[in-house]
Design a protein around this ligand. Structure first.
Ligand code: AHR
Length: 669
């Protein structure tokens, strides 16, 4: 019998598989095979003399419209392409993701430019050829269109859904609007709209609520009829009534954000703020006002259409609802492929100053009145504006930056302006309040960046590390080891919080049906969600903003895989003060750590302290819809906590010891 030759491609593939398995085994076995015995010393100097107050807005979030984070994500609108504009302004156009119910003998569906909305002129035209009787009888259930939303609509029993649509008709109308199963065979809720010939001659807005008696995570919206004639539809919306603070944000996802206690919200991107081309950048002015009048735009940075339900106003509202300071990344005239020269940047500068007026202006100002009409007469607290995303290297960036800086400071001197250039470029003639840093690295590299700011000059503007993430192979779709490397990086930022003012990870969200970027902190689909290990890691840092930082020293011989930090913070719940010691073990060894705390003004109570550990069976472990909390923090009490204590730190882990302090004068700085 001859030996079977392995085709070249297969051989290569096999080699890659073997290597991948070996690598995975390296990671996996290192945690399993380890024999404990490594010993170390962690000293915490909690004396007031060396303590330092950390910035109040140290840890926040960065929301970018990427991976359908907003459209089909945090923004709860269930209809995708509600205004039929996604196919472009020229008609007839593509109506995706709308589908036709019926065939050419019963219905002809297209678009024309007869909408009543000036800024989004395209409307859907349905020419119904069949009827309820005669020679061309409509199929049972009628003909029309359906919209599957963003990979299925999640319809929940007894919850209300606010349906809104604009109708025009050549004749009397009988339209049935239903929420159905994904195949349309099973009706969950429906309403029939009828009207005489004259009633719908002009565009008419119809609004009502639907309630379903059943749950269905993969539903669709149908609009059907058995009446011959021509009907036009536009701005069709289905909005769940139950949203976060009633402001249109998907409740489960917004709660995930709120649980992080973010101190700032940077938005709307990222590359999304820039666009591949300027025509597709985020132009704030086209995202405000009544939602029906927003034109929407192609998010060409990440390859999908957005109806701009989540617009400038909604971002400001979200920040307010989360108790976070908004940080607005303005489009500064740069897209990924184009740039506006400084000589003609003035109109864009004015546009940005107008945007600030929209957020902060009084109700009698031009733009403040638009905000007030949207239901928010009080100004939003917009204190941070980032000039661009990460385009310092572009030809006109610095010239344009100066124009934005001068105009914004002239109108709003208190606004903190963030530069995309690094600290070395900032001077009296090129001023900035903060400079933006983006860090994407492998896990090993990210771990090593725990010391990234150790040698940064201590004077001058501080950094906002507004995008950081472990990327590449060991990041997977969000692994434990990536979260640990990021934790080590954040420990480094805490230590350097005299020169680093703010930090946020990127990206925040991914709709699992449109993964444009991995990893992300929160994964969801139409009805489920889970936090990746780095989402849970962020919980270890949520008490740090505004807390008191204490220096630490770590000594573990022949093992450089551990870092630690310490803070004292006061729980808003019970008003107790805790000394929180965080320890990252990025390596495969368990470590017996002797913790010594000196300089405390008040003692550690022997009971009431707790330990929280984030770890898992293997460093590449991830969470999933099936196992959403495979890698999640585990809390346990610390028995007999004291100023000198021995603890055991697991391999590949992040551990927080929250030591309850005696109630005393332990002073907040
Ligand atoms: O976070 C994803 C992308 O990474 C952002 O859009 C961009 O700013 C960065 O390059």
């Amino acid at each position: 019998m001859s030996t079977m030759a392995v085709p070249r491609a297969h051989a290569g593939h096999r080699l890659r598989c073997v290597l991948a398995v070996v690598c995975a085994l390296c990671w996996a076995s290192s945690s399993v095979r380890f024999v404990a015995g490594q010993a170390g010393q962690l000293s915490v100097d909690a004396s007031p003399q060396t303590a330092r107050k950390m910035p109040d807005k140290m840890f926040g979030i960065f929301f970018e419209e990427i991976n359908h984070a907003g459209a089909g994500g945090l923004w709860a609108e269930l209809v995708s392409n509600r205004g039929f504009e996604a196919g472009g302004p020229n008609t007839p156009s593509n109506i995706e993701p709308w589908f036709i119910i019926g065939n050419e003998s019963s219905i002809i569906v297209g678009t024309d430019r007869t909408s009543c909305f000036e800024r989004n002129p395209v409307a859907l035209r349905m020419e119904v050829l069949c009827g309820s009787k005669g020679t061309n009888v409509c199929p049972s259930g009628g003909v029309g269109v359906y919209n599957p939303g963003y990979w299925g609509m999640n319809i929940e029993r007894r919850k209300g859904y606010k349906v809104s649509l604009h109708i025009r008709s050549s004749d009397a109308v009988s339209l049935t609007i239903s929420l159905t199963s994904s195949d349309g065979l099973h009706k969950l809720a429906s309403r029939t709209i009828t009207g005489g010939k004259k009633q719908f001659t002009n565009w008419t807005k119809i609004q009502f609520r639907l309630y379903s008696s059943q749950n269905n995570t993969n539903s669709r919206l149908q609009i059907t009829t058995t009446k011959t004639g021509v009907v036009w539809l536009d701005q069709v919306s289905v909005m769940p009534s139950d949203t976060y603070m009633g402001h249109g944000f998907r409740k489960d996802l917004a709660s995930m954000l709120a649980n992080l206690k973010p101190q700032f919200l940077k938005f709307p991107g990222g590359n999304y703020a820039m666009g591949q081309y300027l025509r597709n950048a985020f132009h704030w002015g086209e995202t405000v006002g009544p939602w029906e009048e927003r034109p929407g735009h192609v998010n060409d940075a990440w390859g999908y259409w957005t109806d701009d339900g989540l617009g400038f106003f909604e971002f400001l509202q979200l920040a307010e609802d989360l108790g976070a300071s908004p940080v607005w990344v303005v489009n500064d005239g740069a897209s990924i492929n184009e740039e506006v020269p400084t000589a003609i940047i003035a109109s864009l500068v004015k546009d940005v100053v107008d945007g600030i007026e929209f957020a902060r202006g009084g109700v009698n100002t031009t733009w403040g009145s638009v905000r007030a009409a949207m239901g928010h007469p009080q100004p939003f607290k917009l204190d941070y504006v980032s000039i661009g995303n990460q385009e310092c290297w572009m030809l006109y960036y610095r010239g344009n930056y100066q124009k934005f800086y001068s105009a914004i400071k002239a109108a709003y001197p208190d606004i903190n302006i963030i530069s995309s250039c690094d600290k070395s470029t900032i001077s009296a003639s090129n001023p900035a309040d903060l400079y933006d840093v983006h860090v994407y690295a492998s896990s090993a590299n990210m771990f090593s960046r725990t010391s990234m700011f150790d040698n940064t000059p201590r004077s001058g503007p501080k950094a906002i590390v507004s995008e950081y993430a472990v990327t590449g192979n060991d990041a997977g779709k969000g692994t434990l080891v990536a979260a640990l490397a990021e934790a080590a990086f954040l420990v480094g930022l805490e230590k350097n919080s005299d020169v680093v003012e703010m930090a946020s990870c990127a990206p925040l969200f991914v709709n699992d049906n449109d993964r444009k970027w991995s990893p992300d902190a929160i994964v969801f689909n139409s009805w489920q969600h889970y936090g990746c290990p780095n989402y849970w890691m962020l919980h270890f840092f949520k008490d740090s903003s505004g807390a008191t930082f204490h220096p630490t020293t770590m000594q573990v011989s022949n093992y450089d895989q551990m870092v630690a930090s310490a803070i004292t913070w006061q729980s808003p719940k019970d008003k107790s003060t805790y000394l929180k010691i965080k320890v990252v073990n990025f390596g495969s060894k368990a470590v017996d750590l002797n913790i010594t705390v000196t300089g405390l003004e008040s003692g550690i109570k022997s009971s009431g302290s707790k330990k929280t550990v984030l770890t898992s069976g293997a460093p590449l472990d991830e969470n999933s819809f099936e196992q959403p909390e495979k890698v999640a923090p585990v809390l346990s009490p610390v028995a007999d906590a004291k100023q000198q204590m021995g603890v055991s730190v697991s391999p590949y882990s992040l551990t927080s010891f929250d030591l309850l302090l005696e109630p005393s004068k332990h002073s907040a700085i």
